[in-house]
Design a protein around this ligand. Structure first.
Ligand SMILES: Cc1ncc(COP(=O)(O)O)c(C=O)c1O
Length: 346
């Protein structure tokens, strides 16, 4: 279907139905990782979404193009978001909001049982302060619904003060607009590979809120690529993540007007690197960070991409990714958290 198509919106025309606040212009590079690939026995490439050009980069910039596009279309003057204390989404929302002239209000949730000074004040927290975001700390019930409800209450306060807030919710009862950013990334990557005449046998990425995973999956299947897209669980177990990805990818396909209907067989989630839980390190993650740094000078973060490489190594050991196969690893960023995890990393 893609023979003569040269742009993302030619490949995925449904994208044009959604307002987009353009935050970057070019495709991110896809680089070979020959030494790390040799270590794992595969032909490994990395798509450098960690280098997206806003406030230290990361996947959430692609998602924010669609949330903030809607915010601007609704004439909002401020934006609210919630996340863990070291959330990259929150930091990038603050930065992208500033870039577009919107006021950022962020809610930081006590999700990770850590309270040392670097975790509480360095990394993303420091950047939020530099960006002049209004910060609210939330220590209530740890569910997405409760965090969203508190965010809605903060938005109501702002409305009473004459502001026009736009809320980016976490819960799956809100439309997965951010997933459109990763459907678009799938089209971008398709065009990059097509130009070289190659195609990866597998794609590996982090699966948290699931919109990177579900958006990418919806995008590639709509375009007609059928390779496995492996989501490495960073937040919740595979038994909970799989139905979440199925639901979100189905919704994103519908939003795109895709003819593809996502099925269980499309969903690959692996949680073998998740222990002891969200935002907490294990030896496999530490080793993965070292391999990338020593073999390739490539920095990974302790919460997301380090875990994703650890998960990918697991997939090669299980034979799900076979010796010699080609793998595209989406580097989703998260690097400021390295500084917040200083105590555990050295
Ligand atoms: C660096 C990084 N990688 C991956 C993810 C996971 O992306 P998603 O929430 O879209 O599943 C996140 C989420 O915050 C992230 O910050």
């Amino acid at each position: 279907m893609s023979q003569h198509m040269t742009t993302e919106t030619e490949l995925l025309p449904g994208l044009a139905d959604f307002p987009r606040a353009k935050l970057f212009s070019s495709p991110t590079d896809i680089e070979p990782l020959p030494r790390l690939g040799k270590r794992l026995g595969i032909d490994l490439k990395v798509k450098r979404d960690d280098l997206l050009p806003v406030a230290m980069g990361g996947n959430k910039i692609r998602q924010l193009e669609y949330y903030l596009g809607e915010a601007i279309a609704r004439q909002a003057d401020c934006v609210l978001i919630t996340g863990a204390v070291q959330s990259n989404f929150v930091r990038l929302c603050a930065a992208c909001a500033r870039k577009l002239g919107l006021e950022p209000h962020i809610q930081l949730e006590n999700r990770v049982p850590k309270d040392d000074a670097t975790y509480s004040h360095s990394g993303n927290v420091l950047l939020n302060q530099l960006l002049g975001a209004t910060i609210h700390y939330y220590s209530g019930e740890q569910t997405e619904a409760a965090a969203d409800a508190n965010l809605d209450a903060l938005a109501e306060d702002l409305r009473r003060k004459g502001k026009s807030p736009y809320v980016i919710h976490l819960g799956t009862d809100h439309p997965p607009l951010g997933g459109l950013g990763y459907a678009r990334a799938a089209a971008e990557m398709f065009l990059q590979y097509e130009a070289t005449g190659q195609k990866p046998d597998h794609v590996v990425l982090g699966s948290g809120s699931g919109l990177t995973h579900a958006g990418f999956l919806a995008g590639v299947r709509t375009i007609g690529w059928n390779m496995p897209v492996h989501g490495i669980c960073v937040r919740r177990p595979a038994t909970e993540q799989a139905p979440r990805i199925l639901k979100r990818a189905t919704e994103i396909c519908r939003m795109l007007g895709s003819g593809y209907s996502v099925e269980d067989k499309d969903i690959s989630v692996d949680d073998r690197a998740l222990d002891p839980g969200y935002g907490l390190l294990n030896d496999a993650v530490r080793n993965a960070m070292e391999y990338a740094a020593y073999d390739e000078g490539l920095l990974l973060d302790p919460v997301y991409t380090g875990r994703v490489l650890a998960g990918m190594i697991g997939l090669t050991k299980q034979g799900l990714i076979e010796h010699g196969q080609s793998v595209a690893f989406i580097h989703t960023g998260g690097l400021p958290a390295i500084f917040a995890y200083q105590r555990e990393l050295i």
